[in-house]
Design a protein around this ligand. Structure first.
Ligand SMILES: CC(C)(COP(=O)(O)OP(=O)(O)OC[C@H]1O[C@@H](n2cnc3c(N)ncnc32)[C@H](O)[C@@H]1OP(=O)(O)O)[C@@H](O)C(=O)NCCC(=O)NCCS
Length: 165
């Protein structure tokens, strides 16, 4: 499995990435959500701005990264609810596309489909064996066929260490 920052990195790295992104002006507009249990943060998700370099590139697009749920609270639907709520907020804010690099057995439950086959390349090449981990979903009807190109993230997420295996 690909080990991007948002697909299985240790907790401190995820926390560092989330902190950097929330301070990064190139990440805006962003959606940041936390899950609370007894006033304690037990889960978080962040969606930050991406730009698409290519055809029909003038589109409002975001990427989901990172997502994490405290181990004691996993498997209770918290991750799923964070994703669904985030997608709803993005849609209401007029975002048109959202990308994710993550487990292809998890994110398709929430509407993501393979992005490479639809003409979107990741900021850094994804090995063929992990191609399905690079995913996208349309938040507005009819948008997907109009756009193709290379996705570029906020500065702190464009760091290659977040994208290598
Ligand atoms: C991935 C993560 C965010 C899911 O949060 P969660 O609150 O446990 O998720 P939910 O309760 O909504 O969903 C649980 C389901 O996701 C599946 N799942 C959890 N992690 C998975 C993974 N890495 N790959 C595939 N499926 C996964 C579980 O098997 C479970 O499946 P089931 O419903 O068929 O039993 C959480 O496990 C986590 O923080 N993991 C460590 C960090 C990480 O890997 N983040 C990025 C994921 S690509």
């Amino acid at each position: 499995m690909i080990k991007a920052a948002f697909a299985g990195k240790p907790g401190l790295e995820v926390a560092d990435l989330a902190a950097s992104l929330t301070k990064d002006p190139t990440a805006a507009p962003l959606v940041s959500l936390v899950a609370l249990a007894d006033d304690r943060v037990v889960g978080q998700v962040l969606f930050t701005r991406v730009r698409i370099e290519g055809h029909g590139a003038d589109v409002a697009a975001s990427i989901l990264a990172p997502l994490s749920v405290h181990p004691d609270f996993q498997g209770r639907g918290i991750g799923g609810r964070l994703i669904e709520r985030g997608l709803k907020e993005l849609k209401e804010a007029g975002q048109e596309l959202v990308f994710v690099l993550g487990h292809p057995g998890y994110y398709p439950r929430y509407g993501f489909v393979p992005a490479g086959a639809r003409g979107f390349s990741a900021p850094y090449p994804i090995p063929d064996r992990n191609a399905d981990a690079w995913m996208v979903q349309a938040l507005q009807p009819g948008i997907m066929p109009r756009v193709q190109g290379r996705v570029s993230c906020a500065d702190s997420l464009n760091d290659p260490r977040h994208w290598r295996e």
